[in-house]
Write a protein that binds this ligand. Structure first.
Ligand SMILES: N[C@@H](CCC(=O)N[C@@H](CS)C(=O)NCC(=O)O)C(=O)O
Length: 212
C-alpha cells in the first residue's frame, strides 16, 4: 500500500497510527502541503479533493478520507480492534472521534486559514486566535465525551477516538493552545507516546519531517 502523506498532517497521522497498530506495511509518498503539491495535477488525479491522506491499495484503487480509510483497515484487519463490540459504545467512540475529525479539524485546516488570511484579510494573529478558539471548544467537549478513567479515551487500549486525539493535541501545542484543565487529555497523550505504533506515526518520525 502507498500512503500519500505529509509529516504534520493530523488526518494522515490518524491513518499512520492505525496502520502501525495493525502491523501493516506501507510505503510513504510525501506531498508537501505548504508548497502546494496537493494542488498539482498529478496529485489531483489521486485525490481530486486536494488533501491528504490517500491510500493506494495494491490493486491500484485509491481510498481517501482518513476516517473511511481507518474503517476500511478495521474491516479488513480487525485486530487489534479500534472499535468496541457493543453497538452503543461503538457509536460513542465514533462520536468522540468525529468531534475532532469533523468539528475541530476542518475549521483549522491549512486551506481554511490561508483563505482567512489571503482572501478575507485577517492577520496571522487573528487566524491563530480562530484556531485556538475552535480547538479549545472542541477539546473541552471531547473531554466530556470520553470515559473519566482509563489509560485511553475509552478503556485501557487505544481506540479510533485516540487516533484522532493525539495528532490534534500536537496541533494544539503547535499553535500555543492553553491546555489547562485538559490534563486528562495530556495524560492520554503520555500513555500513547509510550507505544511504538504511536511513536512511529508521530510527525517528527516521518521521512519527510523538517527541523522545527
Ligand atoms: N476530511 C479529510 C481531511 C483531510 C485534510 O484536510 N488534510 C489536510 C492535512 S491534515 C490537507 O491535506 N490540507 C491541505 C490544504 O488545506 O490545502 C480527512 O479526514 O481525510
Amino acid at each position: 500500500m502507498k500512503l500519500y502523506t505529509y509529516w504534520r498532517s493530523s488526518a494522515v497521522w490518524r491513518v499512520r497510527i492505525a496502520l502501525n497498530l495493525k502491523n501493516l506495511a506501507y510505503e510513504s509518498a510525501p506531498v508537501h502541503l505548504v508548497r502546494g503539491e496537493q494542488r498539482n495535477d498529478a496529485f489531483l488525479g489521486i485525490n481530486p479533493n486536494a488533501v491528504v491522506p490517500a491510500l493506494q491499495l495494491d490493486d491500484g484503487r485509491v481510498l481517501s478520507q482518513s476516517m473511511a480509510i481507518i474503517e476500511y483497515l478495521e474491516e479488513t484487519h480487525p485486530l487489534p480492534a479500534l472499535l468496541p463490540k457493543e453497538s452503543p459504545r461503538r457509536a460513542q467512540v465514533r462520536a468522540a472521534a468525529l468531534l475532532i475529525a469533523c468539528d475541530i479539524h476542518p475549521l483549522n485546516n491549512l486551506r481554511v486559514t490561508e483563505y482567512l488570511k489571503g482572501r478575507l484579510g485577517h492577520s496571522p494573529e487573528e487566524a491563530i486566535a480562530w484556531m485556538r478558539h475552535w480547538m479549545r471548544a472542541g477539546l473541552e467537549a471531547y473531554l466530556h465525551s470520553i470515559d473519566s478513567t482509563g489509560r485511553f479515551s475509552f478503556g485501557d487500549a487505544p481506540s479510533l477516538a485516540d487516533l484522532c486525539l493525539i495528532p490534534q493535541l500536537y496541533n494544539a501545542r503547535r499553535w500555543g493552545l492553553d491546555l489547562a484543565g485538559l490534563e486528562r487529555l495530556t495524560e492520554i497523550d503520555a500513555a500513547a507516546a509510550a507505544l511504538p505504533a504511536f511513536q512511529a506515526a508521530a510527525a517528527a518520525a516521518q521521512p519527510d519531517a523538517e527541523p522545527t
